[in-house]
Design a protein around this ligand. Structure first.
Ligand code: NAD
Length: 256
């Protein structure tokens, strides 16, 4: 399987979890990867794994809430690899978890800066290059929380709902200019973020037994699949890894 041969893909928040798994899978399928996290050193293990599958990658420090840092990340990727074919706006945080009246206003605003403004920053930085080359793929990592309120997650749900509209707004503007835009909900995945959620004890998601969570290689396979041409007919949509049609096309096992 090497349908991403020659592609250059940026993944934010790729030091662990879904972003890290997606980076390794895309590299395995032949893409060159630009991976980042607030601190590039945190991506060392992922770089090693990419090396292990014969891939090529570099890691950068990039806080997605800082527009200049994201713009620099896109520039550096083009300097190193000559182009960008796709950006996966994956970096995200769940905190603050708590009832609205108990949340710290600065932490609440920080969540929106990372989860929503961070996605805008990725799109804003990549889009001019995509328009110039007449092609590009944007994948915004969404969540079921974009569509349903969950107790204690007011910031997270609001930010992800904003990401859903940002996906639609971008598809509306860019869809006819050769740019494919997707929202992608990865399911409930066994990552550090779910560890924070379990420890909070707030709402039904925190009660899910860890063994019931999905492995990160499932959303990773779907993200890699979305980066290829086979996803063209789905452009502009918000997709969910739990959708059976999508699973079949990606090659994931049916649920249940
Ligand atoms: P995680 O906490 O394991 O990983 C998050 C990654 O984002 C890490 O690499 C972290 O360093 C990075 N990050 C955090 N803040 C950042 C910032 N300001 N700038 C740059 N990088 C930053 O979480 P995960 O579960 O892998 O989540 C990845 C994405 O998937 C997030 O957008 C999350 O909201 C979404 N998501 C996760 C689940 C789940 O069940 N795990 C469900 C739905 C959606």
């Amino acid at each position: 399987m090497s349908n991403l041969n020659g592609k250059v893909i940026i993944i934010t928040g790729a030091s662990r979890g879904i972003g890290a798994a997606a980076a390794v899978e895309c590299a395995r399928q032949g893409a060159k990867l630009s991976i980042s996290s607030r601190n590039a050193a945190d991506c060392a293990d992922v770089l090693e794994k990419i090396d292990g599958v014969g891939g090529e990658a570099f890691a950068a420090s990039c806080d997605v809430s800082d527009f200049n840092a994201v713009e620099q990340l896109v520039k550096e990727t083009i300097e190193r690899f000559g182009k960008v074919d796709a950006i996966v706006n994956n970096a995200g945080i769940v905190d603050p978890v708590g009832l609205i009246e108990d949340t710290d206003p600065q932490e609440w605003a920080r969540n929106i800066s990372v989860n929503l403004v961070g996605v805008y920053n990725g799109i804003r930085s990549a889009l001019p290059h995509f328009y110039k080359q007449g092609s590009g793929t944007i994948i915004n990592i969404s969540s079921g929380a974009a569509h349903n309120p969950l107790e204690g997650w007011s910031a997270y749900c609001s930010g992800k709902a904003g990401v859903y509209m940002m996906t639609r707004a971008t598809a509306h503007e860019a869809g006819e200019k050769g740019v494919k835009v997707f929202g992608f909900a990865p399911g409930v995945v066994d990552t550090d973020m779910q560890g924070i959620i379990r420890a909070s004890g707030i709402n039904r998601v925190s009660q899910l037994p860890r063994e019931n969570l999905s492995p990160s290689h499932e959303p990773a396979a779907a993200i890699a699949w979305l980066c290829g041409e086979q996803s063209d007919d789905l452009a502009g949509q918000e997709l969910d890894v739990r959708n059976e049609d999508l699973r079949k096309r990606v090659g994931l096992p049916a649920i249940a």
